[in-house]
Design a protein around this ligand. Structure first.
Ligand SMILES: C[S@@+](CC[C@H](N)C(=O)[O-])C[C@H]1O[C@@H](n2cnc3c(N)ncnc32)[C@H](O)[C@@H]1O
Length: 400
């Protein structure tokens, strides 16, 4: 493992404690500048404006911000880096070529395995802990976020045209024992299985599930070969674990509905089920695997999505709707209802706030709106309950 004295605890933005695995370091290219001279501020604002103009023109010309080719290429580079880890000293780090939206690329060092000691080296009061950067996954930037002209302190010229970047989950490791301190991963699979089974029973017994099943009885349904679920979250150790478990239970319900509807797919095993969420712990993988749901690492689930997929995603931390719109026209999407700008403005105004898609994790875009308007049944089917799927969850079926 490489140790790195350049990176400090502050730069990693790490806070100690149980939830440290949720803190992620993105890239040293995203160091921000706060101490501008007037001249520098003006120059940076102009660079942001130029960047926004270029991105808008690419977007308006229909240039995809995300593609399977980009994901395949990044997966292969990351796999190569993982198979050939950087030795402790003396070796150059792997360089990952990150594509820009205008057809070029920038280079970022692969930083997996870097170690940062917490506290002050040599100080006996310092915690016996260090931070280890795990293998990265992708961090996705929407068209709206990339073209935002805002506070120049947060503008990172190097990555300004990169919709995909790398993000490193962090582990805390006890220095004296070498043990990873991760209380989240300790829950036994059998306990998680109980939570999951209970949620499956409760969901299947619910009126909402019955309504969903009956809505699918007569709906025209394109051929579906797989179900790909994003961001259903871990079923371990949280207050709202039954919500995560119910979202996974929906995968099983949809597999059953499709198997009954499609001649030739009598056996449910013919409809493959995949799920992707970087929060999954070992016990999630085991429990979901027993039900035939295969967990894939980001961004590999996107590679499974095609026009014969059913996609599931509720309130993800990444722009699933924009990514899917760029890469496929799935047979069915079950995700947050796609709202018009006027609807969003009105609902935000009612809360006294102003809607800005640049600050949303999974915002609509004109492309997402065009896709559902042009290719999907006019009236999406509502799905509840809200405590399990969030507000405005809806089923979109493609019109063939
Ligand atoms: C706000 S939570 C919503 C979780 C759940 N769907 C719900 O409705 O309560 C966002 C989820 O997005 C997940 N997420 C973040 N990055 C992701 C990625 N690259 N692929 C899939 N899921 C991701 C997070 O781990 C988290 O579980």
């Amino acid at each position: 493992m490489a140790s790195d004295s350049e990176l400090s605890e502050e730069e990693l933005d790490v806070s100690h404690g149980d939830r440290v695995r949720y803190h992620c370091y993105t890239s040293k290219h995203e160091r921000y500048q706060f101490d501008f001279t007037d001249e520098e501020r003006g120059e940076t604002m102009r660079a942001m404006q130029d960047n926004a103009t270029l991105l808008r023109s690419l977007y308006d010309r229909g240039v995809p911000f995300f593609s399977k080719q980009i994901f395949r290429d990044l997966v292969s580079q990351l796999d190569h880096g993982r198979a050939n880890p950087r030795p402790a000293t003396g070796a150059e780090a792997h360089v990952i070529r990150i594509p820009t939206v205008d057809g070029s690329f920038v280079e970022c060092e692969l930083e997996a395995g870097r170690v940062v000691r917490l506290g002050v080296p040599g100080d006996p009061q310092s915690p016996d802990q260090e931070i280890v950067m795990r293998d990265p996954h992708l961090d996705y930037r929407t068209f709206q976020r990339l073209s935002l002209v805002d506070d120049p302190s947060w503008f990172s010229p190097y990555l300004a045209r990169c919709p995909c970047r790398l993000i490193y989950p962090l582990d805390v490791r006890q220095i004296s024992t070498g043990e990873i301190i991760n209380p989240w991963d300790k829950e036994p699979a059998e306990d998680v299985q109980i939570v999951f089974d209970k949620a499956v029973r409760a969901w299947e017994d619910s009126d909402e599930c019955r309504r969903l099943r009956s809505a699918f009885e007569n709906a025209p349904l394109p051929t579906i070969n797989n179900i790909v679920a994003f961001a259903c979250s871990s079923m371990l150790g949280k207050d709202d674990r039954s919500r995560a478990a119910t979202q996974h239970a929906l995968i099983l319900t949809m597999r059953d509905i499709i198997a009954k509807r499609q001649p030739g797919a009598q056996s449910q095993t013919q409809i493959k089920c995949f799920a992707q969420d970087p929060f999954y712990a070992k016990a999630d993988v085991e429990v979901l695997g027993r039900s035939g749901i295969t967990i894939l690492e980001d961004p590999r689930a996107f590679l499974k999505v095609d026009d014969q997929s059913l996609v599931i995603s509720f309130h993800p931390n990444i722009p699933v709707r924009q990514i899917i719109t760029d890469i496929a026209r799935p047979a069915v999407m079950i995700w947050n209802r796609v709202e018009s700008e006027a609807e969003l403005d009105a609902s935000w105004q009612a809360t006294g706030e102003v809607y800005n898609p640049a600050f949303m994790t999974d915002p609509e875009s004109s492309r997402v709106r065009d896709m559902v308007r042009d290719h999907y049944l006019k009236r999406p089917i509502a799905i509840g309950p809200e405590e399990m799927f969030g507000s405005g969850a809806a089923v979109y079926i493609r019109r063939d």
